[in-house]
Write a protein that binds this ligand. Structure first.
Ligand code: CO
Length: 497
């Protein structure tokens, strides 16, 4: 007779394969020589096949079925079985043929996208993207949905999040955030030009490491490397890594990408080792993950108390460059709100308009109301509509993001959801931690980290995102927390009544 410990061993085996893939992926983005590409792709594809076979094995199905009916299991054990079973059912819906086709399509699309972006020619990517959209539509039918086909895609990244939920959130954004951003852009102009001097790379790196240490990031269970695009990855709670990017001519790039990725990694370091390889040893969703990075990046790392504490230290690295800038000017400059072309460079308010545009396009493509060949003009008109900005080229427009070339549809909304969760969680943390601001002002974020560990990190997938939010804050995700935060902060910065 098989029992729960057999399940644990089996589940860990699957997880080990995935974590090995993560190591190879991390290596690919950080240290792998150019020629390593071909065989690396093959190695990853082999591991993906091994994982798929393990996950869809009939003996595993029997084990899950048997344990699903086992009433002697405690709640955590039941939760693990429930989630593993749910995953199994989902995985089974894909044929091996679909997975293979998807992987071929994505590697072609990625190549096409890179060339199209380089040559500023959307047409070079158009055909691949059409195939990808077709594949994703097929996937929505395969997975099933109750209201909108896009629901099936959202669910892959943010379980139980629906198109209706996202529509409601973006309605709030349009009704409240958009007019507030207009007020800001009509008021004073902030000068942030000092960010764009030449800042020594090594000194930037050293300062970034200090910020990570101050947050409580454990370098015995992680490390930082350089990559083209900053990301975090984890192989266990005892090995959760970050990367950063250093632009010699832009100080802000490194600082907030360090804090952002650090926030992601703190989440992974806070997951319990004893749950390794099971759903309880895994983060909940992309939205909750992003809530952790944004909480640190924006609510802590772009706050006045944070810079009151850290600015002297930064100035000591660059005494000449920052000679005439005090921490209050610095604080305003790092919260400069203005319409821009590129999502990843956007401030924390207009950022959500970039996501809204992508959401409207993705939803339209999946429901068939938008066709791929109209994307450049659709994109440009939406940038005019929401950000009042003219897009000069497809490279800086519809081709700017990597996501669609990777086949990721349904991913973008999790950025916005994550930011709004962050605001709601941070509001709750401020209610429960006395004098949080004066603590941050002294460089003490220990209690905040402890709070996040206790409320979020240690639970893994014990609760789904919606339940977790209710449990922590007493209500479901509510946009008003983000809006209140934005109004309080930016009314002061921009002198708006
Ligand atoms: Co992130």
């Amino acid at each position: 007779m098989k029992d729960y410990s057999d399940y644990i061993n089996y589940s860990r085996k699957i997880y080990d394969v995935y974590m090995s893939m993560s190591v190879l992926n991390w290596d690919m983005e950080t240290h792998m020589p150019k020629n390593g590409n071909k065989f690396r792709a093959q190695q990853l594809s082999t591991l993906a096949k091994i994982a798929y076979d393990l996950e869809t094995d009939n003996n595993y199905a029997n084990l899950l079925e048997q344990l699903s009916a086992d009433n002697s299991l405690d709640n955590d054990q039941k939760r693990n079985i429930y989630l593993s079973n749910k995953k199994f059912v989902k995985r089974k819906k894909y044929s091996g043929e679909f997975i293979q086709r998807q992987s071929n399509l994505i590697s072609t699309a990625f190549k096409d996208w890179r060339i199209a972006k380089e040559k500023n020619d959307f047409n070079l990517f158009r055909q691949s993207l059409e195939e990808i959209v077709k594949l994703r539509k097929e996937e929505t039918e395969l997975l099933g949905y109750s209201n909108h086909p896009y629901d099936a895609l959202l669910d892959k990244y943010e379980p139980n999040l629906t198109t209706k939920d996202v529509d409601l959130i973006f309605k709030d954004v349009k009704d409240h955030l958009v007019p507030f951003i207009s007020k800001i852009t009509e008021s004073n102009h902030i000068d942030d030009s000092f960010f764009y001097q030449k800042f020594d790379k090594q000194k930037q790196w050293d300062f970034g490491i200090e910020l990570l240490k101050q947050m409580g990031y454990d370098f015995d269970s992680g490390r930082q490397d350089i990559s083209a695009h900053p990301f975090s990855s984890h192989f266990s709670p005892e090995d959760a890594r970050v990367t950063t990017r250093i632009d010699e001519n832009n100080l802000s790039d490194m600082i907030w990408s360090c804090i952002h990725e650090g926030g992601h990694a703190l989440y992974e370091q806070g997951i319990l080792c004893e749950n390794y390889g099971t759903p309880l040893g895994n983060s909940i969703s992309l939205g909750i993950h992003e809530s952790q990075s944004r909480l640190w990046e924006n609510h802590v790392g772009r706050s006045l108390p944070y810079w009151k504490n850290n600015y002297n230290r930064l100035q000591s690295f660059f005494p000449e460059k920052l000679k005439n800038i005090d921490y209050k000017i610095f604080y305003k400059a790092c919260n400069n709100v203005k319409s821009s072309l590129i999502r990843t460079n956007a401030d924390e308010l207009t950022y959500h308009l970039h996501v809204l545009i992508r959401y409207e396009i993705e939803k339209g493509l999946i429901e068939g109301s938008i066709q791929v060949d109209e994307l450049p003009s659709k994109w440009n008109s939406l940038y005019k509509k929401y950000l009042d900005i003219d897009v000069p080229s497809d490279s800086m427009g519809v081709l700017q993001d990597i996501h669609w070339s990777h086949g990721s549809f349904g991913y973008f909304p999790t950025y916005t959801i994550g930011s709004f969760y962050a605001a709601q969680f941070y509001n709750q943390a401020s209610n429960e931690i006395s004098n949080i601001e004066s603590k941050i002002e002294k460089g003490d974020t220990e209690e905040l980290l402890k709070w996040l560990r206790e409320k979020i990190h240690k639970h893994g997938q014990r609760y789904d995102a919606k339940d977790l939010c209710k449990k922590i804050t007493g209500e479901e995700l509510n946009f008003k927390y983000f809006m209140n935060y934005a109004k309080n902060k930016y009314s002061k910065i921009y002198d708006i009544r």
